[in-house]
Write a protein of this length. Structure first.
Length: 370
């Protein structure tokens, strides 16, 4: 299985994503290649990462003065309070704008670290080393940074591109199946919004990806998924229109996560899977999505045993709370909930073409799930 590289092109910056198994040890050399004048590095690490992998990374950074910040991550870690704590640490250690922050963890850590990099002294070098499938195919691409608010998820943030992303697929070897399924949600999303051929490839290979036994197929899926997202980001870096399609399933997902109080009973990927099937049900209900394609999506979910029913996680009384968080979504306008839907597998509906009042949405959810 060979190493690969793609380039993400945006108006603000072009940067490479490196793919391969065992490439973590090259981090130091890649920093020298893609950056200049870096003397200090703040390494923000998820505590769950195996010590052996942490040692490999630290060995590659031996030429730099490295400050380590370790965290046990969950959605509550993505906060202004935690961000301020790390920023104060940077200030105490005299980090300047020529120095660097490295995120070594999943999507939560990536979002938080990138947010800090974007605001610390108005911008510091940033390198992203995603360690979960979800972060390798989604959170590490496109420059979105964020922390959460008590009003909802990802409501405070910036757009800030990294110097480079290093996606070492060997970091996925120790992931539990639940985490692989979480990442598969974003891979599937990319096929549903923009690549019908990729969907049928996933239909054939999805089980191998989720079982994490065929490393070549897994890496192929990651690279293909990243290419789809980078193509969208190139055309719309700041989410003015086209990039909104990447939120397919996410407005529902953020409602589900908020209603569950961001608890471990429902992780982000599972919420996205529930969100995509719910959005597909709604598109079918409104005669936007054909019965044939809706049936193909349901069949794919059943084949891979993906979560499909919100009534396994919520009760009828939770609908008000779900809709409360959906109403806080950034894409909404005119006091209506704006939803990204698909016309068919591989073709999206115009991003701002479907809105729904909260009362009608509640009736729909009540009718199809309870």
């Amino acid at each position: 299985m060979s190493n690969s590289k793609i380039t993400v092109s945006t108006k603000s910056k072009n940067y490479p994503i490196y793919f391969g198994s065992g490439i973590l040890k090259k981090t130091g050399k890649l920093i020298q290649k893609n950056s200049t004048n870096i003397k200090k590095i703040c390494l923000i690490v998820d505590k769950k990462i195996p010590p052996k992998k942490q040692k490999i990374l630290l060995a590659s950074l031996r030429k730099y003065q490295t400050k380590i910040c370790k965290f046990s991550t969950n959605e509550k870690t993505k906060s202004l309070k935690v961000a301020e704590k790390i920023i104060n640490n940077l200030l105490e250690n005299n980090f300047d704008r020529s120095d660097c922050i490295i995120a070594f963890g999943g999507g939560i850590l990536s979002d938080l670290s990138a947010f800090i990099a974007s605001i610390y002294k108005r911008g510091i070098n940033f390198v992203n080393i995603p360690t979960t499938l979800l972060s390798q195919v989604d959170a590490s691409i496109g420059g979105k940074t964020a922390v959460n608010s008590s009003y909802g998820k990802n409501l405070i943030g910036t757009f800030y591109q990294p110097n480079f992303v290093l996606a070492d697929t060997s970091l996925l070897n120790s992931l539990p199946k639940r985490e692989i399924v979480c990442g598969y949600a974003e891979i599937l999303k990319h096929s549903l919004i923009l690549d019908r051929k990729f969907f049928f490839w996933l239909n054939k290979n999805g089980k191998k990806i989720i079982e994490n036994k065929d490393k070549k197929i897994l890496q192929d899926a990651i690279i293909k998924s990243c290419k789809i997202k980078s193509k969208i980001v190139k055309k719309d870096e700041k989410e003015k229109n086209l990039r909104m399609i990447l939120n397919f399933g996410h407005t529902f997902a953020h409602g589900f996560e908020g209603a569950s109080n961001f608890s471990k009973k429902l992780n982000h990927g599972e919420a996205v899977l529930l969100g995509m099937i719910t959005a597909s049900k709604l598109a079918y209900d409104k005669k936007i999505l054909s019965n044939k394609d809706f049936a193909l999506i349901k069949k794919h979910y059943n084949k891979l045993n993906l979560p499909m029913k919100i009534n396994k996680f919520f009760k009828l009384k939770d609908l008000n709370k779900i809709i409360y968080f959906m109403k806080k979504d950034k894409k909404n306008f005119n006091k209506k909930i704006n939803l990204i839907l698909i016309k068919k597998i591989g073709r999206f509906n115009k991003p701002d073409s479907f809105t729904i009042e909260d009362k009608k949405l509640k009736r729909f959810l009540s009718r199809v799930y309870f």
